[in-house]
Ligand binder design. Sequence first.
Ligand code: GCW
Length: 646
Amino acid sequence: MLDSSPEFSTSIQSETTLIIGPPKQLPDLNATVDNISWDDLGKEGFIIQSLQHNGKSTIWIGGNTDQALLYGTFDFLKLLQTHQDISSLNITSIPQTKVRVLNHWDNPDRTVERGYAGSSIWDWHRLPDYIKPQYLDYARANASIGINGTVLTNVNANAQVLTPYFLKKVAALADTFRPYGIKVYLTARFSAPMEIGGLDTADPLNDDVQKWWDEKVNEIYKHIPDFGGFLVKADSEGQPGPQNYNRTQAEGANMLAKALQPHQGIVMWRAFVYSNETPDDRAKQAYNEFKPLDGKFEDNVLVQVKNGAIDFQPREPFHPLFGAMPETPLMMEFQITQEYLGQGTHLVFLGSLFEEVLDTDTYAEGPGSTVAKIVDGSLDNHSLSGMAGVSNIGTDRNWTGHQFGQANWYAFGKLAWNPRKSAANIAQEWLRMTFGNDEELVTKAKRMMLQSHEAVVNYMTPLGLHHIMGWSHHYGPGPWVTDKHRDDWTSTYYHQASSDGIGFDRTASGSNALSQYALEIQRKYEDLDSCPEKYLLWFHHLPWDYKMKSGNSLWDEIALHYQMGVEQTQGMLEDWQSIKDHVDKQRYDQVLAFLQIQHNEAKWWRDACLLYFQQFSQKPLPEGVPQPEFTLDHYQNFKPLFVPGI
Ligand code: GCW
């Protein structure tokens, strides 16, 4: 669709009429088209059609509701902004997932957990009386990419957000967002009946507790008639949950679901559940906890699953729960904020990561059982479906700290609407709407974006390495992190480096996490000849001189990947410098400074990790990988202070 000729203008030869409206109000227009199934469009789908009407060329943006017309109008504006050919349009666009929400890990005190773009935009203290203009901009921005929900509060929940004091503030935001088709959700702290309800238990099978939640939900709906429902983190990282009462995750979720059912509310129940005691490979625990509960959740429960089984790493194999619970609608949880991917200063276009995950075949019901088909509900015919993105938004002037962080917010919205949309297409659209249609700019900046995910994997965690970042703040390299209060929060637990090699054995000879995948995946990843090298050290512990497909030893391959990542950031820097004349000074300068930071930190990651692992490999750096600037001792003793986001 994108026109290639730079001189192409959007002027239309003859005068064209633009009509925006529903078919019921435009019967004569509707009579001229016969290929539209208005029922299939539902409440959110739209059409954009070029047609002749009363002898005049006309473009009709049609849909059944105001929300659909809003989505269609934003899509048409995108066509104009990106200089696409609008002379003969025939667009039908229907969202593939039902619930498309941002998760704000925002605290009532306006700090943002894992946030790198300033404070929380929710000015609770001045709500409900002061509606910041930014709230309206937020609503428009999200509606422009089809996001139809927002969870306002942190999953490490504060029970106070469910009190009347807060609910009237939440209601003011809900009123602001409603015209843009955005529903408001809140995180529900499982122990709220005790903390704000005066009960002495939160046992989900206790009648008084059920009654408390029923009444609390009714109270919420008095404030917010179209309240979306609850997002819940339970039995995880110290959060209370049903395990406190020897109840299952389904019993916990269903208690809330029953309270919400009379109001058509939903529960998004997170599968991010793992024990405090590290009894088994952390990558296996959510599957062990949830798979036996397949089909046991109420119909208005979505189980929200992170893309990978550990925790939003630069790259993870898809979470084994995808494909393992056909009776239960599973919702994808992606992280848009870059907790493990360079936080507030690294340019990492996450559309590539999201696309890689969604396109992966789980083989759950034979070939073609992609994660996307599980998430949009089509594989198992679930009408309830969804995608959540942990927001990267804050009070920074450009919303996301890094200018290119906006591209990740955009990519999330576009993929939640259509999980099969290509990352390249998303990047190009965003660039044209953000920086303009100059072809050199679009070409070079798109190249930067589309190589940036592979670059960060290379300079942080190549070949399946994972979770080797700094302690607690997760900033910078920390492969030496060990001996903490829990093994599975250290780095040595995951890389298992020793004189005999490196990597986490998740095959039958190790934790056997592989057994949680479909047989086709098990066979492919178990076999060293067929296991994708990008997952090699996620599933295998291999000797330093293991021979890679390239002929290099594993040690050399690891070192060369780290070096490749550094060189890729250098290339991004040079690409950006080469388009200086096509970008306004303020944005150019900020991105340039951040790319310089990113390049320096890529070298930091390379040097610190290779020096640390070299202790075990006892091998020299291969040709092409420079000697580290400092000693290992220097890197291990460097303690960044006041790192944002924790
Ligand atoms: O990604 C990790 C983060 C925590 C986060 C947790 C979760 C909100 O380090 O900050 O807590 O996972 O996803 O619940």
